[in-house]
Design a protein around this ligand. Sequence first.
Ligand code: ZN
Length: 196
Amino acid sequence: MGATEPLVYLRAQLATGRNLDILTEASLKHPFSGLRESPERIEGALYAAEVTDALLDERQAAPELFDLLLSTLYLLEGAAPPSVVVRRFEAQALDAAGYTPELRRCVVCRAGRPQDRSAVFCASLGGILCSRCRGGREDLIPASAACLKALEELSRLPAHAVAAFRIPPGEDARVRSILRAHLEHHVERQIRSSAP
Ligand SMILES: [Zn+2]
């Protein structure tokens, strides 16, 4: 398999060219061939790669995001549920890029949210809003206490715990739309790849 196929982990040596760099040497570290056996897993991997690209500028070193992308690809190649792997990736990529959503306090007046209370999430403000501050806004996503708890857990979830983690039944769609809306707000474009 060619070292320059998409979703291949390689060590590359590049010579600086006038417009584009020239690949002078490449050694394959891991081909991630297991991803190609499942449409859902390859879809998740392509999505994670697109999001990583969208969060970074050219030639910007981002070791934390790189490690997260790599652990995501290894998890997708394994037995963990692809949707949980991708939600964890989104939550932790936002943290690594400095866009951690505010889930504990109203993003406008800073009033604390009681642990068991639901809220609404506003992607353009990057956090939850209390009942007084939400008036008149349209870009709101309802977020139950269980949904907010799942979002917080995903942002801290270590790779070894992903296989056993479950997003509470009925909350998956909201967890997904909150992360996606928040991400797209920060990268200022729509992510084209679909995600599991
Ligand atoms: Zn408020």
